[in-house]
Design a protein around this ligand. Structure first.
Ligand code: ZN
Ligand code: ZN
Length: 263
């Protein structure tokens, strides 16, 4: 049995300094494949550098809504070049964040549209970050019917989840599903189509219970998987098989034939 962490930031300063040790611990706990997600130009570049030449690491490149004010024409030009690297499997994370509002909302919209356009042109899926903006965001996605992707760390209502699924999107489920307060999310997961769920840690953020508040690592992904398997009332083996197929479908990855030895 093996897992893919579909959203982690080994390219983030909190993990980058010891990324090999972090990877080793993840492999020890059965997590063998990783999609490293960029959030600005520098972290996107670093994701590509890490993933380059590896069968187990992949990259997504994009400008996070927090950084939308820095998403200039020049940045988009660099992003387009980076996105054509063979290890890049998605554009992201991109989206709208009206919770922290670190960039003005009109600027967030512009950066989001420009990057959706890029994804449509290159035929790549998108990794979407959204906070307190699902209604606006789903309206935008409706304008890009050829683009598919994942609503990472989904935190909307059941009705918003339904609309996202109808648009063909996957839901990224992470540590939050293990939190005591996350009843709404658990009920969404319980009834959602099994072929639309992706497991993710968002490390170094959002560590699952019992590590809540600590630095997160891909090694904790199985704690999230256990919660989802319990909600679906399926075995961990069946969940792994289903979620690996989901990853391979959305990001067009080859199935992992043989799990490489660790250590
Ligand atoms: Zn995010
Ligand atoms: Zn993230």
């Amino acid at each position: 049995m093996h897992w893919t962490d579909t959203h982690c930031h080994l390219n983030h300063p909190d993990l980058y300094a010891e990324w090999q040790a972090v990877l080793f611990r993840a492999q020890q706990s059965g997590v063998h494949r990783f999609i490293l997600i960029g959030y600005d130009l520098e972290s996107s570049q670093r994701a590509v550098e890490l993933a380059e030449g590896s069968d187990l690491l992949y990259a997504a490149v994009g400008i996070h809504p927090h950084d939308a004010s820095r998403c200039s024409g020049d940045t988009l030009h660099h992003l387009r070049e980076l996105a054509q690297h063979p290890c890049v499997v998605a554009i992201g994370e991109i989206g709208l964040d009206f919770y922290r509002d670190l960039s003005p909302r009109t600027v967030q919209h512009e950066a989001f549209h420009a990057q959706l356009q890029l994804a449509a042109e290159l035929g790549l899926p998108v990794v979407i970050h959204c906070r307190d903006a699902y209604d606006e965001l789903l309206e935008v996605l409706r304008d890009y019917p050829s683009v598919r992707g994942v609503l990472h760390c989904f935190s909307g209502t059941a009705e918003q989840a339904q609309r996202g699924l109808e648009l063909g999107y996957h839901l990224g489920i992470g540590g939050v599903v293990t939190f005591k307060s996350a009843e709404t999310l658990r009920s969404i997961v319980r009834t959602m189509p099994h072929d639309r769920l992706l497991l993710e840690t968002d490390a170094p953020y959002l560590a699952p219970h019992p590590y809540r508040g600590k630095r997160n690592e891909p090694a904790y992904l199985p704690l999230i998987a256990q919660q989802v398997a319990a909600l679906w009332q399926v075995s961990l083996d069946a969940l792994a098989e289903q979620t690996e197929r989901n990853v391979e479908t959305l990001f067009r990855l080859q199935p992992l034939r043989k799990v490489p030895p660790t250590g």
